[in-house]
Every structure is written in C-alpha cells, then in structure tokens.
Write a protein that binds this ligand. Structure first.
Ligand code: GN1
Ligand code: MG
Length: 393
C-alpha cells in the first residue's frame, strides 16, 4: 500500500495507548488491527484488556481540512438519528454511531498533528464489502432509505460542507481537464482513450446540480458515500442496524445516495476489478437494493424524484471515472493506492460499469415506475411513517 501524500502511509505506527488515554480509556491495550476498507481515513479496531472494544480512526486531514467541522456534523446528525430511532423501540446504541469525547471535551483528538476519533465498536455485526446473502442488499437499501427519511426534518442549512463541491460534477470535470493539461507525472499519453471517454459525456455533468439549483430536485441531507460496507448488518438477524462513515454527510440530492449505493453494490465485480469481462450491473442486485430503498423513501420522496434515481446511478459512476482518472493524472495524491496503476484500473473498471449502466437505464427506470405505481395504490404519500417502520413488503 502506498499513498502519494503520505498521510496514510502504512509504516505509520500510532501510539494507541496514549490516544486511547486521551479519550479516557486507561485499560491496557490487548490488540489493535487495521481495517482496510476505506480509501481515505485509516481505521483500527482496538480491544482493551478490560474487554472494551473501540474503533480508532485517524482522519485524513489532507482530505478533511477542518476535522472539527465533520465532527460537528456527525455530533448533530447522530443526535438527531437517535431521537428518531427511539420511535421503533430498538437498541439506539447499536443503531447509531456513538463516539467518545477527549479530555478537552472535543470529539476528536490531535496526536502529533493527526486528528483521531474514537467510536464505540458495534459488536455482533459485519460490514460486508460484497453481499453474502440477498437479504443484505434489501437491508442496505432500507438502511439508506431510512437514513434519508430520518433526516428529512434535519435543519439542512446548519450542516457544514465538509468537502467543498463534493458532488459538483462540473467542478470535478474542470479539475480533470486541469489535471490533463498539467500532466504532472507524464501519464496523459497513456490514457488518451479514457480522456476521450470522459469528454464524450461532458454534457452529463450538470444534470443534477442544475436541478438542485433550479429547485426541480429537493436538497436533502445525504450520506454521500453509500457503499454497502458502510452499513453494519446484524450477524444474528441479517438486518441492517447502523449506517457508518458519516464524514461526508452534507446537503445534496437523494440521487447521489441511491446512485452510489447501486454503483458500488450492484456491480458484479469489485470497484477496482482488473478483468473487465467480469464487470456488469447486476439487475437482480439492483432490484433488491431498490426495493429496500423505495420501501423507506416512498411516502416522503415524490414520484418524480424517485423516477430520476437511475440518473444518479449513471452520474455517480461517471463522476468516479472522472475522479479516479484525475487522481491518476495528478500522480495518486488523493485515493489510497496499492500499486502505481491502481487509479487507472479503477477508472477502466468504472468505465466498463458505466457502459453497462447506460444500456440498462430504461430497465432501471421501469422497475421504479412499477414499484411507484404499486406503492401508490397501497397508501398516499405524506411522509407520516416512522423510521424503521415496515409498511410495504
Ligand atoms: C472514498 O474512503 P471511502 O471508501 O470511504 C471517497 C468516496 C469514493 C470512494 C471510492 C471522502 O471513500 O467519495 O466514492 O472512496 N471518499 C472521499 O471507493 O472522497
Ligand atoms: Mg467514506
């Protein structure tokens, strides 16, 4: 593993004991292991000799320049979610992330210029990179639909924009053109076809931001990183219990969350699959995710918003093509990479996926259309459902 900005260098050996002490945890450390799921932050699961289990995470401050802002968002969003979760009588502590405060009252702690935070580990649950059972897909769809529902009345304008223009696709496109023009590491000549692919679809870029600006699509509190491995699935019941990785919670569009969930989770292969023949959009997986999402989103999201969800799938995949190739052209300064070609492998995999998504747009929309029609016969929209309530089977 390597990273050009050095912020996630594997050789970094944290002083766990003193970081734990900063969060008021005095028991000796029994074991610490790195969890390698994310591309940005560095995450460890730690176990203490008194049996306590925690997640310690070093926030990548090259990406999140103001950690206090993400922690402020997270503090208020988790508090809001906890009040909503109490309605269904479940275990709120397992359903919403809980963090520890450092001695100075802050919810992150600076150790040698590196910001750290500490979450209570949620036991008996798994974050799957790939669904093992069909029910995991349905449950993940429900979890992200619930996330939207539970935050529908959150005061959206109080949220910090933790990464400026995160899903501002036209801005991502300009950054790509700048990187291609600068050609810092002399890679442009090797990616002429990929550059051409991105340029051939440039008219896609404003399709969501322009609708948010005009009011055609509502602004919503969005998670913005809706990978299946950002939902914890209960080992005993296979139910989704907790949405994690709240760093990019910001104002956005439901199309972003739905789109990225499908882009990542309904791919027949992994995000960085090198064998392109393995990559397509699995319509069965799509239907399970979508069923779950619509169960929870229908009733407060209007039909015209739901019918645009496949546009989010297309745009999120296109945006990742742009972002991965931009980083490749920049010399791998943003995403964690395992080898020099990693960002190019990711780019090519996402291009292949996008081509298949484009072939399946009509089928994706038809599935939603049919669901919306059948749900519409069951109950009127009006947003009166509690989080976690199952009104549609
Ligand atoms: C990053 O690190 P991780 O897996 O949570 C990235 C997402 C990308 C994703 C692609 C803050 O997420 O936007 O979709 O990699 N997060 C940030 O794998 O840029
Ligand atoms: Mg993330």
């Amino acid at each position: 593993m390597s990273s050009a900005d050095g912020s996630n260098a594997a050789k970094f050996s944290p002083d766990f004991q003193s970081i734990l002490a900063a969060f008021g945890l005095a028991a000796p450390l029994k074991e610490a292991s790195e969890l390698r799921a994310g591309n940005i932050n560095t995450t460890y699961r730690v176990e203490l000799c008194d049996g306590g289990e925690f997640i310690l995470q070093r926030i990548n401050h090259h990406v999140f320049a103001q950690p206090e802002r993400i922690m402020d968002n997270i503090e208020r969003v988790t508090a809001h979610l906890k009040t909503r979760m109490s309605a269904d009588g479940g275990d709120r502590e397992r359903k919403v992330l809980s963090f520890l405060r450092a001695g100075d009252g802050m919810i992150h702690w600076d150790a040698d210029g590196e910001p750290w935070r500490c979450y209570i580990f949620v036991g008996g649950a798994t974050a799957y990179n790939t669904a093992v059972k069909d029910v995991h897909l349905l449950q993940t769809g429900r979890a992200f639909g619930d996330f939207q529902r539970c935050l529908a009345d959150f005061p959206i304008d109080t949220l910090h924009e933790t990464i400026a223009g995160f899903h501002d696709t036209p801005r991502r496109y300009r950054a790509f053109e700048d990187a291609a023009a600068a050609d810092r590491v002399n890679r442009r000549r090797t990616v002429a076809r990929e550059i051409e692919f991105i340029r051939s679809r440039s008219e896609l870029c404003p399709c969501i931001v322009s609708q948010l600006e005009s009011g055609a699509l509502p602004r919503r509190v969005t998670h913005n990183d809706t990978k299946i491995n950002n939902v914890l699935i209960d080992d005993a019941t296979d139910e989704a219990i907790c949405v994690i990785d709240l760093d990019t919670v910001m104002p956005g569009s439901s199309l972003y969350d739905f789109g990225d969930m499908i882009r990542f989770g309904a791919n027949t292969a992994v995000e960085d699959e090198a064998d392109l023949s393995k990559i397509e959009l699995d319509m069965k997986k799509y239907q399970l995710f979508t069923q779950g999402f619509l169960e929870r989103a229908h009733g407060f999201m209007p039909a015209d918003e739901l019918l645009q969800l496949p546009l989010g799938v297309r745009l999120m995949t296109y945006e990742l093509v742009i972002r991965f190739l931009t980083d490749y052209l920049d010399g791998d300064r943003y995403f964690r990479v395992d080898n020099a070609e990693h960002n190019l492998t990711r780019t090519r995999a996402q291009i292949r996926l996008l081509e298949d998504i484009e072939r399946k747009m009509d089928r994706m929309t038809a599935f939603i259309q049919a669901k919306v029609e059948s749900f519409g016969a069951c109950y009127p929209s009006g947003g009166d459902m509690e989080c976690g309530q199952k009104r549609i089977s």
